[in-house]
Write a new protein. Structure first.
Length: 144
């Protein structure tokens, strides 16, 4: 029984930890700009933005590959080519992963995801932008 459960868990891993991630910066070859995915999991499996919850994908060493603008912070602003993106963190441990918690501290570049964005700024590498349907923006898709 334990082996069956282990196998079932391991076979479902791509849903939680995608193995396919396009680490290139900028637009991917397989999907045109403005392509709409049904949900974050589909977007993750395509390797466009790997995290299914987190808003920033990347590493401190290489920089941010992508961000997801999804209305998680009230100060975020999307004006098409100009985006104010709050970053991540500062909501306390009780709200981890929800994006809905009360801000208890400022975001910081000591957070690895925010540090990845800083690295992209320093290297001037492009960062993919994935837009969720929730933000109050004319640039957000109607669904997906």
């Amino acid at each position: 029984m334990a082996e069956r459960l282990r196998r079932q868990f391991m076979e479902s891993q791509p849903d939680w930890f995608p193995t396919q991630q396009d680490p290139r910066f900028g637009p991917p070859a397989k999907y045109p700009i403005f392509h709409t995915f049904r949900n974050r999991i589909e977007c993750s499996k395509a390797g466009i933005h790997a995290p299914t919850v987190a808003g920033i994908a990347g590493t401190v060493k290489d920089g941010a590959f992508s961000i997801c603008v999804s209305g998680g912070y009230r100060d975020d602003k999307d004006e098409g080519d100009f985006i104010i993106y709050t970053g991540t963190g500062g909501q306390g441990d009780n709200n981890f992963g929800t994006g809905n918690g009360k801000q208890v501290e400022d975001q910081s570049f000591t957070h690895p995801d925010n540090a990845a964005l800083l690295r992209s700024f320093e290297t001037k590498r492009p960062v993919r932008v994935v837009r969720g349907f929730k933000p109050n923006s004319v640039y957000a898709p109607a669904q997906g």
